[in-house]
Write a protein that binds this ligand. Sequence first.
Ligand code: C2E
Ligand code: CA
Ligand code: CA
Length: 856
Amino acid sequence: MEHCAAPLTADCEERDRLAALAGLAILDTPAEREFDDLARLAAAALRVASAAVSLIDADRQWFKARHGIPFAETPREMAFCTHAVASRSILVVPNATLDPRFSANPLVTDQGGIRFYAGVPLITSSGHCLGTLCVFDPSPRQGLMPEQEAVLRDLSRLAVDLIESRRYRRMGEIAAKVVNATSDAIIAVDRQGDIVYWNPAAEQMFARRAEEALGENVEIIIPARLATGHREVFARAAAGGATRLVGTFIELTGARADGSEFPVELSLARWGENDSEGGFAAIVRDISGRKSLERDRARSQAFLDTVVTNLPAMLFVKDSESREYVMVNRAAEEVIGRDADDLVGATDRDLFPAYGEAYEQRDSEAIVVGRPHVFESAFVRDDGETVHLRTTRSVIDGPDRPSQYILGVAENVTETRRAEAEIVRLAHYDPLTGLLNRTSYTDRLHRLVQEAASFTMLSIDLDRFKAVNDQFGHSVGDAVLAQVADRLRTSIQPTDWAARIGGDEFMVILTGKKLRERAQTVAETIISRVAEPVVTDRAVAHLGASVGIVVMPEDGTTTAQARENVDLALYRAKRQGKGTVCFFNADMDAAARDRQTLEKDLRAAIEAGDITLAYQPVLSAETGQITSAEALARWTHPARGPVGPDVFVSLAEESGLIDRMGEQLLRRACADAQSWPVHVRVAVNLSPLQFISGALLETVRSALDRSGLLADRLQLEVTESLVIRDVERTFEQLEQLRALGIQVLIDDFGVGYSSLSYFQRFPFDKVKIDKSFVDTVTTSRASRAIIQSIVGLGNQLGMGVVAEGVETEEQMRLLVECGCTHLQGYLFSRPLPLRAMQMLLESEKSPRTSNIPAAR
Ligand code: C2E
Ligand code: CA
Ligand code: CA
């Protein structure tokens, strides 16, 4: 309700009055008997035609009750009562026609209009004048008798009472409706605690009907176990003492008729005015729904907390203004290496003097960008460990303002980065030796060549490494390589590079000044260091190294040239003997080109079948008879003339033509031998490389099959260096060949590194003493001794001993004396074309020629 401030103006007073009238909610309500009775009583008591309870509204007068009045309202300006209300005192008009205020009023001038009027203002207890109780009559009167005025005043007081009680009644009705309709239980008790009121909601809530509850003590709504406590509180409150129960809502436990309990919220009010009557009224609300909602919420909150805590990614929340940490999860504690307590409430600047500013800078950027912002950074923890973090920052709204928080999720990518670094390392370095690998060597070489930089490249080849690897196995081989790599590393300067580009192939690249001199020194250092014994836990290896060197850009302008030329230099170094350094020079290049054309021609010659065989007889020292003939390859180059087998056989070996050529010659030898007397065998030389492909056995078998030559007429000559790769597999193949019935000879015996242990592993049929011993047999006692011991070995093992390269009678005599079983050499015959060989064998059937020695 609107109240006006003093000093009160008429306007203000009127507004107040109208508000009071509206507040009573009486205007335009239906007729009520009590008011009608009052109007009728007034008319009767004053013997007038009409009476009314008139209320003055803003622009009308409205009759709450009317007697003898046909209309329900009039305009306000017509109303006589307006004047009574304005003056707040009784108004009596004896004859309206004579009163200038009313004489023109249509209510007066109409036929049978008003003459007499008397109205008493209706003033409420709050002092507002609402209208009047008034009477009218069509006849004029003298005025009002005092007892009449007294009646009218009494009745008007009654009318005011009626109006005011009507208001309370109405409020009571509303309250009752509310109380009946509400879902809250409303319970009133007296001072003894006995229930005097129990609304329908209470019936529902406590499962007790009103008649069951009324008169019972209020303890029936409290769990028995709490009753004692309740009793004390209630007694204190009833005695007028302070209780926290009055005026506030508190949470308690209620009990239903069946004893089941439920959470309630309760508010108490005192009721009653004096000590004798009154008590407490309680509003009780069942909050089990809210409680379970709260429980659910608490549970989901707890669940969320668990999720956040256990999130495998680091999570943090900072205040976007203060930049203080508001929250961190466990992963964050672990990654940062500090407790949440140390972090929350602190800023990055406080926590990490070295990084704080950068972190805040990133926060600021995230705020400006407004989208999730990703950064990666390395961070050194208190314990010294470096952690790589990939952090996504988002700006989120908070309850207090937009963009209130910075939410960060950081992934610990330390392992990933470490793995990536490892991959890079593996991509660039050889895992065994830690030197650069082939790829990165190629890259660097390429770069240097492109830049036309001055550098020298050293190609290093290990001597005897293959033997070490074969003899001791790969693990020893690996250990040896690792040590060699260390020796290389310590032979160069930090600005130089060393790479391992193949099994035992190493490269060193030197840059800087005085390259040629330095290359020479480094190469010599490497050679001398590699020559020192390499001690591993299982073996001691004695290696050597050869070094080829190119000086760029003098020796080439492309990487291909650099590589080819360094290969040539190395090749030359190896040819010159172990432990040699060789610089590339242009002559080598020419030689290399020459070799390339020759290789091309050889390939064509093999395809065309131009490689032929010459046969050199081998004689029995005992009978002087030819027992076999050795097949020796011959090639006459169309332009260059005859090319020695030493040259083209090794060319075929180096260019991968050896298998093809070997097979061809084997077939031819077998076929040729078919035309010889059956006691004459044919000996075919094999390259060690022919044992690698694994096809040898099949090649030999098919050569025999095609020619029809019996296996026991074929001899195969292998050298001491036949074991190149796999000892086991080589001997296995020899066994298989021998199982066919073929004889196997060991050629060039006494040079090279083959060991006598070969004889342990395989029973060779014959040993061919190397020509160098035969050459010196007449001059060197050592040679003779060696030959004698080979013969001794042959006797012991049942092997024939062949002396080859016999050129003189003197040699022959000594060799026979030493006990050689077979002889071969120019003394008897040079290698002959097939035709000549056949003729020789023919002639043998007839009396022997003078060249052939007599048997002893
Ligand atoms: P080798 O197997 O030791 O053959 C013996 C070499 O000594 C032959 O040389 C032969 O002509 C030569 N020779 C024989 N008697 C005398 C002599 O009294 N005085 C001198 N100074 N030399 C004599 P050739 O034919 O030049 O063959 C050289 C090497 O080439 C052979 O040595 C063998 O290792 C290889 N070779 C030849 N033909 C073949 C072949 O068909 N296959 C394979 N894999 N290697 C072959
Ligand atoms: Ca031979
Ligand atoms: Ca030989």
